[in-house]
Write a protein that binds this ligand. Structure first.
Ligand code: NDP
Length: 434
């Protein structure tokens, strides 16, 4: 803790994984002898840099950029870039640590990394976002490469920002190296279904998990927090599976619609107009209402899909969800449930899918994008989505089987942590002490 002072999210993520590893260490004690666990908790490299840029009024602005290259035992560092004012080194480290296990769970050849900046894109013009992205990449480009480190999007970074960063990378290197970033537009070598992948993937995972208890999304009321990339495509797939979206949110408040959230309207507000979710009620009317502030988890639902940000679902929220009869929780975001909340769900026997397994569909499809770039190929939407669905089912089954093998059936937290850990640990072990 002293070594990583002031990084509570990183401590939280590491503690959660280490708490799961007792049973695997008992079977494989050599991981203690060669300090593998200590090495696994120490990023291979951390880069912190200045990002100067000029705003529309001609003022010079300074932000801080981060890239944590956590673990490359299984492949090039891979993980998104986050633009949000809350970003600091501890948050990027927690995300990079989680990413290492998540990427291992996909079974694909990708290591773990994460990046970001405290730049707040909200209210910034298109020109300001572009100049920021260009300055950010001016430093970052020297640390990237299709065999070294391959970033993607995350909170605040979508197709527009990836395009600006790819454009600057191309200028600086004079290389059309499509495999250096994922989440690109189709004409730059992007993959079909990448935009949808995290949300669709989380839904496929939870569907498979529900089936273990003969349940499904059909006719269920589902609350999805957030209204960004992950939330929107989670809602889309749930609706396709017959579910009804009870509520969604942004960082200002949440909207409830007794007739089920109208997803086309949410897309129009968030993706086209780039406005706040509060607009929903004035545009839709009917039996919808908006609650400023407050907790979206106050809304009764059968299934909860937290898809906004870390620690957004607390112990208090979990108690209320349980009281209201929730049967399953699927984390679309990274570490959205606090440790208290996870404990309460597990004690109550609620099906609980941890983010590092349930939201792995995004990075898995990014790895498919890298495959397409390497072979200069472009797959159809159906082909890519079919691969995504198969990967999510595999991840689900691996977590479930591992939990069973280690004596904790239906404990997806333990299953995901052990299955991810074993794959990374074996790869690290075989490389010697590095
Ligand atoms: P977006 O920026 O597209 O959307 C984020 C959503 O969450 C917005 O509705 C945003 O509201 C809300 N939000 C962000 N911060 C807060 C906060 N502090 N409090 C309440 N609401 C907040 O991001 P993504 O959808 O891409 O990411 C969401 C989560 O999913 C993150 O945890 C991310 O790490 C994780 N994830 C994303 C993947 C991807 O492929 N994009 C892959 C795997 C995980 P507002 O607009 O008001 O800020």
């Amino acid at each position: 803790i002293k070594r990583n002072a002031g990084e509570p999210e990183f401590h939280q993520a590491v503690t959660e994984v280490l708490e799961s590893l007792g049973r695997v260490i008992a079977k494989r004690p050599h991981y203690i002898d060669n300090a593998l666990i200590q090495r696994l908790c120490e990023p291979e490299r951390q880069i912190i840099f200045r990002v100067p840029w000029v705003d529309d009024s001609g003022n010079v602005q300074i932000n801080r950029g981060f890239r944590v290259q956590f673990n490359s035992a299984l492949g090039p560092y891979k993980g998104g870039i986050r633009f949000h004012p809350s970003v600091n080194v501890g948050i990027i480290k927690f995300l990079g640590f989680e990413q290492t296990f998540k990427n291992a769970l996909t079974g694909m050849p990708i290591g773990g990394g994460k990046g970001g900046t405290d730049f707040n894109p909200r209210g910034r013009s298109n020109g300001e976002v572009m100049r920021f992205c260009q300055s950010f990449m001016t430093e970052l480009h020297r640390h990237l490469g299709e065999y070294t480190d391959v970033p993607a999007g995350d909170i605040g970074v979508g197709g527009r920002e990836i395009g600006y960063m790819f454009g600057q990378y191309k200028r600086l290197t004079n290389r059309y190296e499509a495999g250096v970033l994922t989440g690109k537009a189709l004409f730059h070598g992007g993959s079909r279904a990448r935009t949808e992948a995290t949300g669709y993937g989380a839904t496929y995972f939870v569907e498979r998990m529900l089936a273990t208890r003969n349940l499904s999304f059909d006719g269920k009321r589902v609350t999805v927090s957030g209204s960004g990339n992950v939330a929107v495509y989670t809602m889309e797939k749930i609706i396709e599976f017959g579910g009804i979206i009870a509520a969604c949110s942004d960082s200002n408040g949440y909207v409830v619609d007794e007739d089920g959230i109208d997803l086309d309207l949410v897309k129009e507000i968030k993706e086209v107009r780039r406005e706040r979710i509060s607009e929903y009620v004035s545009l839709k009317g009917g039996r919808s209402h908006y609650v400023e502030g407050g907790s979206i988890w106050d809304v009764p639902c059968d299934i909860a899909m937290p898809s906004a940000t870390q620690n957004e679902l607390t112990g208090r929220d979990a108690s209320l969800l349980i009281e209201n009869g929730v049967v399953a929780v699927g984390e679309g975001a990274n570490m959205p449930s606090t440790p208290d909340a996870v404990r309460l769900f597990q004690e109550a026997g609620i099906l609980f899918a941890p983010g590092k397994a349930a939201n792995a569909g995004g990075v898995a499809t990014s790895a498919l994008e890298m495959q397409q770039n390497a072979s200069r190929d472009s797959w159809s939407f159906q082909q890519t989505e079919a691969r995504l669905a198969a990967i999510m089912h595999d991840i689900h089954d691996r977590c479930a089987e591992t939990a069973e093998e280690y004596g904790a059936p239906s404990d997806y937290v333990l299953g995901a942590n052990i299955a991810g850990f074993v794959r990374v640990a074996e790869a690290m072990d075989a490389l010697g002490v590095i």
